[in-house]
Design a protein around this ligand. Structure first.
Ligand code: SF4
Length: 407
């Protein structure tokens, strides 16, 4: 069954990703300053020397944990990796290649960049060092919205960053945008979207503004200073955004992600398919062989831990039902593809239609999920209420399946 399962997941896959391949994620945890909506593991950079120590520690950790990995995708994320000066971009990429051979193995190597720090020299250092895809955090082209997000760049810097990436040689560029800013005129959002699409990026990420616990934006909402966008308006923005992207050839392949044909982000696709990934850097997560490992989050703690030669991390071994739920949590976001039943079996040893016979029957009956060949995916209606769909599959007492340890 496992052999057939692997065959049928691969047969339905038009991308070059291997079911048995492993990705590499490299986390650069610093930013110029913290954005008001951000709950990523990112920290304001106060001391330029921290960047050099971070690169050294990233390379040391890669040599220990990813030596000879030959990753099928690489993603340098953050934080703001473009904050690294060109010489450190070059040092990091050379060191990653020496340890993992990524320049010969990786199908796609992405660098996240922000407009305030993505000049031509940095872009050239990245491109020349083996980065094949740039992902630029634009978020908005409105000065008032950028200010409310505490972004440190202007709209014109964002435009410039995009064309700098092109000039440096990047033929694959993603732009990140956020919609549903409280009270924003819808027309302004669509003007931003249309302008960005006119730049002709190969990929677009359009996220609805989310209020994560503890962020300044959430505090402003909770104290009544701002009011979250009305759900009906947000839904209308979501639907029209998808329609406009599709009309320009940017296909909605994930809830918030749009790509020209063949331009899907392979690294993220591997993650949504729950394929293995080694993460290095502060707070980075590794998912490999059914074991999840999370590095220490604070950059200084993580650097010391790596430098000590006995790195600490939090390790979990989730049980099979939890892993199957995670496959659905990630995979149902892929609106055109969904979750491969045979891949779930291959990864967990469980068959979702046996374990969740009643639950899936009910979700199929309510037209929230549908089954097509080897795949289960959300219907347009199911996609809009994905949290509640997943709530019906949540394994009771799944927390009991975890074991944690410090290593
Ligand atoms: S630039 Fe990105 S990672 Fe850094 S604070 Fe802003 S949203 Fe967070």
């Amino acid at each position: 069954m496992a052999k057939n399962a692997a065959h049928s997941a691969a047969a339905a896959d038009a991308t070059p990703l291997s079911e048995n391949g492993t990705s590499l994620y490299v986390h650069v945890p610093f930013c110029v300053s913290k954005c008001s909506y951000c709950d990523f593991n990112s920290w304001e950079l106060h001391d330029g020397g921290a960047l050099e120590r971070t690169v050294d520690a990233l390379l040391a950790e890669t040599r220990i944990r990813a030596k000879g990995l030959r990753p099928q995708t690489v993603f340098l994320g953050g934080g703001t990796p473009s904050l690294l000066p060109p010489n450190l971009v070059g040092k990091l990429l050379d060191g990653l290649h020496d340890a993992t051979d990524f320049r010969n193995s990786s199908l796609e190597t992405t660098l996240e960049a922000n407009p305030e720090s993505f000049d031509f020299e940095t872009a050239r250092a990245a491109f020349g060092g083996g980065v094949t895809r740039a992902s630029i955090g634009v978020q908005s082209l409105r000065p008032d919205v950028l200010r409310a997000y505490d972004r440190v760049h202007t709209a014109s810097a964002a435009r410039q960053a995009f064309f700098t990436a092109r000039k440096a040689g990047f033929q694959r560029i993603n732009v990140d945008l956020i919609y549903s800013f409280p009270g924003q005129n819808s027309e302004e959002w669509f003007e931003d979207l249309e302008e960005v699409m006119a730049w002709e990026p190969e990929h677009l990420s359009c996220y609805e503004l989310s209020y994560e616990p503890g962020t300044p934006l959430t505090k402003a909402k909770d104290s009544g200073l701002i009011k979250a966008e009305n759900r009906d308006v947000a839904l209308q923005l979501f639907n029209e955004t998808r329609a406009r992207c599709e009309s320009r050839g940017l296909s909605a392949y994930e809830v918030s992600n749009f790509a020209m044909p063949g331009e899907e982000c392979l690294h993220n696709l591997a993650g949504w398919r729950s394929l293995d990934c080694v993460g290095v850097g502060a707070g980075a997560v590794t998912w490999q062989g059914g074991v999840r490992r999370k590095n220490l989050a604070k950059p200084e703690d993580w650097i010391r831990s790596v430098e000590s030669g006995a790195e600490q991390a939090h390790v979990e071994r989730p049980g099979a039902t939890t892993r199957m739920f995670d496959c659905f949590l990630m995979g149902l976001r892929l609106c055109k593809e969904g979750v491969s039943i045979s891949r779930v079996f291959q990864q967990t040893g469980l068959h979702p239609k046996e374990v969740w016979a009643k639950e899936l029957e009910s979700l199929f009956g309510e037209s929230l999920l549908l089954e097509e060949g080897d795949f289960i995916r959300a219907t347009p209606r199911g996609l809009r209420i994905l949290d509640s769909v997943l709530g019906q599959l949540l394994p009771a007492g799944s927390g009991g399946e975890f074991t944690s340890e410090q290593v």
